[in-house]
Design a protein around this ligand. Structure first.
Ligand SMILES: Nc1ncnc2c1ncn2[C@@H]1O[C@H](COP(=O)(O)OP(=O)(O)O)[C@@H](O)[C@H]1O
Ligand SMILES: [Mg+2]
Length: 416
């Protein structure tokens, strides 16, 4: 369920793990996503499960809690560690703090103390993330910052991976390239972005913006309508039900995108495959149209038709970039055949990886977050670099600094 605090328990003693899991099982806002029996297992689980909070035992054989926390802070910076120890010695405290732990609980602790620590650490992390996103977005005054790029992710046929690529591209640009990114779900009737990111379906959506768009000018800020995802990207969700799609007109969407490009480096738009006036409005406004196709005959046929339309609309060649998704799936059609058929070369390719992609989809965690080493993630990163340019002094680095500062503060708070 969205809005639950995802907790990973790490302790070498099975009884302790069970006990903690039982205690937390009573809390409606907390979900235990896993239990690890060692530091190594903690790292493995945390990379895969992306918990919000890690309850870490300090004394464990082979890798102790402090060493595990140190590695965790580097590899999964969004996971906040709460250290558990039988001693409250200042040396332990200091070392935990330096390793990046956010809180320190001395065993035995009551269930109230435990849940209060988890909630506190979580709330603090969320707040920090929000501030970070706002601070980076506001690093330059609006009139001095160059307008962000609008990237439409489109295909003239459904089911070819638009949402999958749009979501992971956005996350890659934010996390690896240090860009401020907002992802707009412009598939108004059947938007899937919220599902891929496991966002609360009750969150604000673009439909709530309709009244703001009535006036002549552009809205001042869309801060209250976008949702911040734990990866650091911001998201403007599609309406919660299909009939609400009509609330947003092409002119309104144009205002939204113009406003967002003033505050973000990259505005990624997941378009519908429907060639209606809303989609056309986005394509017109976009700086780049990532046009997806797969090695299927219908996809190729539709692409040919779309390229003709694009030419009639006067889109420049560089604006329309072709992305071959699931490029290595062997369906009897070769890339060279496709290029010949559509009379253009493919600009980018993304491999097929059913295992990672579908697993990520079902868990609501983008594969770029859970498996950055996978080829499919690397392909998306290359695509992001081609669109957004090379790595910049990035968000994660700054996140690392604040994270240490915050850790220091919170541990001192515990002491006083
Ligand atoms: N590179 C890929 N490898 C494996 N499966 C993929 C890949 N890209 C997309 N898919 C799968 O294809 C299906 C359609 O993807 P989706 O992003 O929903 O397409 P669209 O938004 O174009 O309708 C999903 O089940 C998704 O998991
Ligand atoms: Mg989709």
């Amino acid at each position: 369920m969205p809005d639950q605090i995802r907790v990973l328990i790490v302790d070498d003693i099975p009884e302790t793990r069970d006990h903690l899991a039982k205690l937390l099982g009573f809390e409606a806002d907390i979900e235990v996503v896993g239990s690890a029996a060692s530091g190594a297992e903690a790292l493995e689980f945390a990379t895969r499960l992306l918990p919000d909070v890690v309850l870490m035992d300090i004394n464990m054989p082979d890798m102790d809690g402090i060493a595990a926390t140190e590695l965790l802070s580097a590899r999964v910076p969004a996971a906040a560690v709460v250290m558990m120890s039988v001693q409250g010695e200042s040396d332990y405290l200091r070392r935990s703090m330096l390793a990046g732990a956010r809180e320190f609980l001395v065993k035995p602790f009551s269930s109230d103390e435990l849940t209060a620590s988890i909630r506190q650490v979580y709330a603090r992390e969320r707040e920090k993330l929000d501030r970070l996103v706002v601070a980076t977005a506001a690093a330059l005054p609006d009139d001095e910052r160059p307008a962000g790029r609008i990237v439409a992710v489109f295909s003239p046929k459904g089911g070819v991976g638009r949402t999958t690529i749009a979501v992971n591209l956005a996350v890659a640009a934010a996390q690896e390239l240090g860009r401020t990114v907002v992802l707009v779900d412009a598939s108004f009737q059947f938007g899937d972005v919220g599902i891929l990111l496991n966002l609360n379906p009750k969150s604000k959506s673009i439909a709530d913006l309709a009244p703001e768009l009535e006036g002549a000018g552009e809205p001042e800020s869309l801060d209250t309508f976008v949702v911040t995802h734990s990866s650091g990207i911001q998201v403007l969700l599609a309406p919660p039900s299909p009939e609400m799609a009509e609330l947003i007109h092409p002119a309104g969407l144009k205002k939204i995108l113009e406003t967002l490009r003033r505050t973000h480096d990259l505005v990624v738009v997941d378009c519908s495959a429907w060639f209606n006036d809303v989609t056309l409005g986005v394509l017109d406004l976009a700086d780049v149209i990532l046009t997806l196709l797969t090695l299927e005959i219908t996809s190729i046929k539709n692409m040919r038709l779309f390229l003709e339309v694009a030419e009639q609309l006067g889109y420049e060649k560089e604006k329309v970039q072709l992305v071959l998704n699931r490029a290595d799936s062997t369906l009897g059609i070769r890339v060279a055949d496709v290029e010949h058929s559509i009379g253009r070369t493919i600009d980018h390719t993304v491999v097929s990886d059913g295992r990672n992609v579908v697993y990520a989809l079902n868990r609501g965690v983008p594969f770029f977050l859970s498996n950055r080493e996978a080829q499919v993630s690397q392909d998306v990163l290359r695509l992001a670099e081609a669109i957004a340019g090379p790595r910049r002094e990035a968000l994660p680095e700054r996140a690392g600094e604040t994270h240490r500062a915050a850790a220091r503060k919170s541990l001192f708070a515990w002491r006083s």
